[in-house]
Every structure is written in structure tokens, then in C-alpha cells.
Ligand binder design. Sequence first.
Ligand SMILES: NC(=O)c1ccc[n+]([C@@H]2O[C@H](COP(=O)([O-])OP(=O)(O)OC[C@H]3O[C@@H](n4cnc5c(N)ncnc54)[C@H](O)[C@@H]3O)[C@@H](O)[C@H]2O)c1
Ligand SMILES: NCCCC=O
Ligand code: NA
Length: 419
Amino acid sequence: MANRNVPIPRRQLYIGGEWREPVKKNRIPIINPATEEIIGDIPAATAEDVDIAVEAARKAIARDDWGSTTGAQRAKYLRAIAAKVLEKKSVLATLESLDSGKTLFESAADMDDVAGCFEYYADLAEALDSRRKTPVNLNSDSFKTYVLREPLGVVGLITPWNYPLLMAIWKVAPALAAGCAAILKPSELASITCLELGEICREIGLPSGALSILTGLGPEAGGPLASHPHVDKISFTGSGPTGSKIMTAAAQLVKPVSLELGGKSPIVVFDDIDNLDIAAEWTLFGIFANTGQVCSATSRLIVQESIASAFLDRLLKWTKNIKISDPLDEDCKLGPVVSAGQYEKVLKFISNAKSEGATILYGGERPQHLKKGYYVQPTIITDVNTSMEIWKEEVFGPVLCVKTFKTEEEAIELANDTK
Ligand SMILES: NC(=O)c1ccc[n+]([C@@H]2O[C@H](COP(=O)([O-])OP(=O)(O)OC[C@H]3O[C@@H](n4cnc5c(N)ncnc54)[C@H](O)[C@@H]3O)[C@@H](O)[C@H]2O)c1
Ligand SMILES: NCCCC=O
Ligand code: NA
């Protein structure tokens, strides 16, 4: 049974190895999407704080205790962080669920993944040492030639709310393994566990400035990070429109960017399937896990015409049995979406689909038994055509749209019909 009373730590920005109040002293409320209640607040960084964090990061790479470390030395820090995450797993998972609405089961799995990711990059950091100076044979006695592998410098990491800590450490762990100094800007909708990562770094004695954590709003904290002249690279995960803004800001300085953006992925079910139940299970997992808030969610089901009716019957039977409840309930299978804004957005997609002539086969509304919280029923939409918004746009919620096909060629064409 989860402890619903886990206290929400009141943190400041984590800069240069210590907690630091934002220059403008502003804070942003933390909202629990299951109850709509304010459960705490996070510091709101602005350009002034970004400047301080960048300076701390530049100092870190110039200092021996970070800038001159070997991969093996950095691996020790990564492994210490992994161990702390596992030690605090239960509290971290609860905080993640309270903040984002993920089921406790999924949050706990995320924490295992977080620890595993730090271990994975610890291995790579150790392996880096022997590859650091790789000789290149030029068939010349006059020159000795090497490939030197060096950290890029200061990297800005801007991340989304759907896997708050996991998406952040997919960037933090490789950056630290490589010997960069990183500045993380998590999503303002779910930042608690990222701030707790700051506390873990403090506890294990990560050299100051190797990682700073700036919570805050996108344009106010993420914007100045993306356009900062002394940030050498930006790595971003989030929506396409924000990715485009970040790429534009970085382009002004010819700064490299990595962008991991949204999706509208297909799942294709052919009539030669052995076991319809297993296909149904994967289809539901693909769209309803994490309440559909997954970049790789299989939000378009493309099913062969001859089995469509039997397959939809199976999906319906199972969908009706999905337990929708507070994410901290032990057997909860579907929690709320992350925020009021996301809730409105998902319901609008559903009503637009209806207006465009699609059929809401199941769901489409707030579950009757839950009066509070940003809950949306698991929803299946049929009679969809390829010009409809619901076919083309990422909903990022528990909404599956369905089309049928006759031939394999047609299935492939439909599957690839996505930007
Ligand atoms: N490809 C992947 O691996 C992956 C993984 C998870 C989520 N996603 C995508 O993320 C999206 C959902 O996440 P989201 O709603 O948090 O995305 P978002 O684009 O709204 O926000 C992502 C981050 O960007 C920041 N941001 C917003 N405006 C900014 C600006 N002008 N300058 C700098 N930073 C800014 C936000 O504060 C947040 O930290 C979905 O589209 C989803 O598919 C992709
Ligand atoms: N399992 C993590 C998937 C990341 C995309 O949203
Ligand atoms: Na929240």
C-alpha cells in the first residue's frame, strides 16, 4: 500500500552543488492531477539563474575534479547515483505518481530504469578510457595521428513530463559519462523527482557544477538555456512545436541540437495472427500505458478487415475492465492525464473527431465515478478517415483510432501515413 503522505520536499534550484533560491524568488505550484490539489511548489528559474548555472558548469569543466576525470572516475559517481535511486525507490516512485499521475506500478518501474540507465552509462564511461586516444595509421613516419574523444563542454538538457525523471536521466547520464557539465531544465508540470536527483547528487558528492537543475517555465528558463552563448549543445525531448523553437534559437549560434519529438505510431494486426488476445493486450498496452502519454504510443490501430469485428470485440471487452483510479491505488491501471491543460486538449481532440464524423466506439468522457482529477476514459474511435485530425495529430492521451485494410500494401501505406 502506497504512503500517500510522503512529504513533498520544498527545494530550491540546484546550482554549483548547492540549493540556491532563484534570483527573482518566484515559485510555481505543484498540482496533483489525481486530486487537482496544490501539494507544494518548485522554484521558477529565469535567465539570471541560467547565467549563474552556466558559469558554475564552465568552472566545473575547467576544474580537475570534473574536467580532468577519467571515465572510470565518473563511472563511480554514476554508480553511486544509481544505488541511491534504488535506496530511495519507494519514495521517489510515490513522488513521481503524486506529481504526474502515473500509476505507482509504472513509477516504480521507471525508477528501476533510471538506476539501470546510470549503470549502463557507467559501463560506457569506463570503456571510454581505452578509446580516448585511438591511433590512426596514416602510413607515414613523419606524423603520429590520433582520434581524441573529448567532452563537448556545457550541455543544456530540456525534458518533458511524461516520464519526468527517466526522460531527464536519459540525457543526464550520458552527458556526465562523457565528462560534460550538464544543466537540466525539467518540465514545470512534473519536476519533483528531478529536484530529488539534485539531493542525490549532493549526497554522493558529485563535483560542484557537473550537474545543475533549473526548474521553471519553458520560455523563461528553457528559452535562455537554449539561446545561451556559452552552452555548447542542447538536447531536447518534447513536442514538435517547442522543438522547432529550440532549433531556431540554437541555429542563431550554430549550436548543435538533438531533438526527440512526438509521434503518431501505428500498430498493424494481420488476419494470420495466432492469438487475438495477445494482439489485443499489446494494442491496449501500446495506447493506454502511461495513460497514452508516450511518444511511441501506438495511437493508430490498423487491422485487417476480415478480423476487424472480432478484434474490436476483444478490445472492447478488455477496455471496459481497465481500472481507472487514483494512481496510488495498488491495482490502478489508468491514472489521470498530467494537467488541466492536457485534459482539455484530449477532450477537444475527441469532440473534434466526433464533429468530423468519426464514431466514439467506447469512452470519450470523464469516468462517472471520479468527480475530481484529470481523468479521461480509455477511448476507441472508429469510422476514421485519413484527412481527420484524430488520424494525423498526436493526442498524447488514452485515445486509439482505428482503420481497416484489405492488402499488405494498403496496411503499409496507412502505417507510413504520418509526419
Ligand atoms: N521522442 C521521445 O523520446 C519523447 C519522449 C517523451 C515525450 N516526447 C514528446 O513530448 C511531448 C510532451 O511533452 P511536453 O508537453 O512536456 O512537451 P513540451 O514541448 O511542451 O515541453 C517540453 C519541455 O520544453 C520546455 N519548453 C517549453 N517551451 C519552451 C521554449 N520556448 N524554450 C525552451 N524550452 C521550452 C518545457 O518547459 C519542457 O521542459 C509529446 O509531443 C511527446 O511525444 C517525446
Ligand atoms: N519508456 C519510455 C518511452 C519514452 C517516450 O515517451
Ligand atoms: Na504535477
